[in-house]
Design a protein around this ligand. Structure first.
Ligand SMILES: CC(C)(COP(=O)(O)OP(=O)(O)OC[C@H]1O[C@@H](n2cnc3c(N)ncnc32)[C@H](O)[C@@H]1OP(=O)(O)O)[C@@H](O)C(=O)NCCC(=O)NCCS
Length: 279
């Protein structure tokens, strides 16, 4: 039997179409625009078979010099179990350098990440559904351009790293809302098109009441729309999401390399992820 040659090359725009096909094959909802966004804020690697066919992908999204997420790790179904996932991860680890690493693992990816020294931090809970009629809350409003620095600062405090570029991109393709009290921004949420519909996230707030209020604001603005929210078990808002039309449909395991501490108890807190890939 003739063996094929597999090369790892830098992930470029020319690989996007094949990447979309791979994520569809894996049952993921990413549209070309979602891959485009991921690539715009990331560096990555693709595995190419016989110089033509893309059979694997991995992206590294760096948040400043200290932190990165590894995401979109996919190997073509027909090529799994032959060490390709491991090779893609090794290449991703080189791109990430000595940054602290985070990812959300599927059950397929979990054994690989455990072997590479990632440890489990929390459960990620994926909620989605068609939005029922929801009353609009009073103290949330669309963000002003002048709020961006405060939004970025709140996100940095909650996430533990600077996600300026990501938030900038989200601002271009979506919109932000803020809780403003006595002129001060106390939390924010973002809404953008993603996958089968739209996603609410990130959501950063001082407490779960404020997080629910922010989510309600976007739900109230999109009756009947297909909305998704990726939260973590420790936020405690999962039952509320399920009771408000966004069913729990799956999720993953939030993992980090050993050098990163688990989320602190300090305020503000991340109540919903930008998505599972970007954290
Ligand atoms: C996850 C995925 C990328 C792995 O790709 P792959 O090419 O099959 O992975 P590899 O063959 O390199 O195997 C990776 C390691 O995990 C181990 N492994 C795989 N399944 C395992 C299992 N069920 N139990 C224990 N170890 C397992 C392998 O032995 C290997 O370890 P080694 O490098 O020490 O030999 C692939 O299954 C995939 O694309 N799944 C769908 C998309 C997905 O879920 N991606 C993960 C996103 S977080």
């Amino acid at each position: 039997m003739q063996t094929s040659q597999i090369d790892l090359v830098d992930f470029g725009a020319e690989h996007l179409e094949a990447a979309v096909n791979l994520s569809r094959q894996a049952g993921w909802p990413h549209r070309p625009e979602d891959w485009q966004m991921a690539l715009a804020v990331s560096s990555g690697v693709v595995a190419v078979e016989d110089e033509s066919r893309v059979v694997g992908t991995a992206l590294v999204t760096s948040y400043g010099k200290d932190c990165a997420t590894i995401n979109m790790v996919i190997v073509d179904e027909a090529m799994r179990g032959r060490g390709l996932g491991r090779k893609l991860m090794d290449a991703a680890l080189v791109i990430a350098g000595n940054r602290q690493l985070r990812l959300v693992a599927t059950s397929d990816g979990l054994p690989l990440y455990q072997k590479l020294g990632f440890r489990e931090i929390d459960s990620v809970l994926q909620h989605q559904g068609h939005v029922p009629i929801v009353a609009a809350p009073n103290d949330v409003e669309p963000a002003l351009e002048a709020d961006f620095d405060t939004i970025a600062a709140l996100d940095r405090a909650a996430f533990g790293a600077d996600r300026h570029d990501l938030l900038d991109y989200i601002g271009k393709v979506g919109r932000f809302a803020v809780i403003r009290r006595a002129g001060q921004v106390h939390g924010f949420a973002a809404l953008r098109a993603f996958g089968r519909g739209e996603v609410i996230g990130p959501v950063v707030a001082a407490n779960s009441d404020d997080a629910r209020t922010l989510i309600s604001f976007f739900m109230a603005s999109r009756p009947g729309a297909f909305l998704r929210v990726d939260t973590t078990a420790d936020t405690g808002i999962s039952p509320w999401l399920a009771a408000h039309g966004l069913a729990h449909v799956g999720g993953g395991v939030a993992m980090r390399t050993a050098s990163v501490e688990a989320a602190t108890l300090s305020e503000p807190k991340t109540f919903a992820l930008a998505n599972q890939a970007l954290g």
